[in-house]
Design a protein around this ligand. Sequence first.
Ligand SMILES: [Mn+2]
Length: 283
Amino acid sequence: MTKLAIMSDLHIDVNHFGNFELETLVSVLKTEKIAHLHIAGDLSNDFRQITRPFLDALSQDISLSYNLGNHDMLGMTERAIQTMDGQVIDLESKSLVHLAGWYDYGFNTSKTESEHLASKNFYWFDRKLDRGYTDIELAEQSLQKLEDLLQHAQPSTIVAMHFVPHASFIPVHPYFARFSAFLGSPKFHKVFLKYGIKNVVFGHLHHKHDEIIDGIHYQARPLGYKREWQMVQDFLKLYPHYVDGPTYELAKRYRTIKDLPEFQTFYREHLAKEFRQSMTIFH
Ligand SMILES: [Mn+2]
């Protein structure tokens, strides 16, 4: 039996990961007796300079794998992305299939492809990526890759991916609706059904999800940015007088407390818990 933990969206550059964060993560993995850690994308915006040294350090203590997220692809050639994308890992009693995934605008059918592309090129992070194919083509390639990887899948096969595989997880709030086209594709769910997959873990959204759809157990426990962390909410419950303005302004709320000595102490005491809550564990 190989105990597997899946995490995603660590964003170690924005979240300023240093030795304390690395050591705390290793200690949580040891406490939980995790034999293999998989990271389902978005480690940082700089794979070579920031992510690689982190993975090298982490792999001293734990068996490790990862798939790319959109942030990891910044500055990468399409050839490097394709080479790294899509693997099957044998973990004794189960296997892990992992890939990045992509989007085909299928979560927002209210606009044309060219309208979606115009929005993307105006504000979306992925406008900085140079992949050389249309999003529709990239999603098709990813779905084909998934089918190839699932040829020998067992019911015990676990799939990890970065992008969102079902419309059920797409936020309906109007503020988020404009991003929905770039979050994933509903076609991934159909492939999982075709191959009898029972467990899928994804990331990208920075919202936690745990839901069974058509017999497929979908789980997402992304770490996300510090301003989104559970400990920020917990801290503000304990010190409500620091709540300044509407609580949905996450960035402002976090800026108010981040340098307080009380929060610094709270951070060190609660980081292990935050990491533990951001792991999906399979026994
Ligand atoms: Mn992402």
